[in-house]
Design a protein. Sequence first.
Length: 239
Amino acid sequence: MAETKKRQSDEETIFEKCPLCHSEAMVERTHREGFWRSVKVSTCSVCGALFVRTRKGRYRLRSCDPERLGVARRKKWPQSGCADCPPVTRCFLGRSLTKSDWRRVEKGETTDDERARSDERLRWAAGALPTLPEDRSPIPLGKSELLHLVTAVYACEQPLPGRYRDEGTLVLTSKRIVLLHEGNSLEIGLDEISKIETAFPGFLVYVKGSSQPFCFFPLRGDPLFDAVQAAYRRARGEN
């Protein structure tokens, strides 16, 4: 009995309705991952949405089931798949938002996170890149080299919901782009680039003397392309 009461006390209602399918309340429980690590998770039994608590009281949508989500929205196949979701650029898979932002998602409203990203995208597109502290760089920086961005990227095309997410780390500096993945690295000097262009769901970087471009796949909603383009233009003296 004491164990049952303890287990119930560890549970907390996070959302009165699932932000994706709006069907039921979602309760947070402790889930053990491996021998030492435990995480707080909330699962919707209707659409399969799985939220994991992250830093500073935010919640990340780790996975969902598009077919079950479509059924919950009373859609038939193929509309019951991801095609029934908002535009892919507004897909929330992998996104970490506050509780208040997830409530805005449920209501179909613009989130604070989206407004901040939109403002950030405009600043970066205008060339106003941030300068991060050197100790945040996972790579050694050269003399007079500035760190602009450290962000996660997919190592291949963005996976379907529920599938394994193969991610790497992209480092953008005032002189180069570095991709770190599974102990290996790819480095491209900004002065080696001949052209950058979008290629949904990522973007292409053409290097002088190379017949094939390098393709990068940002996480959905990440304005990485704008940052890389701004750094490239700045290196060329265009802004």
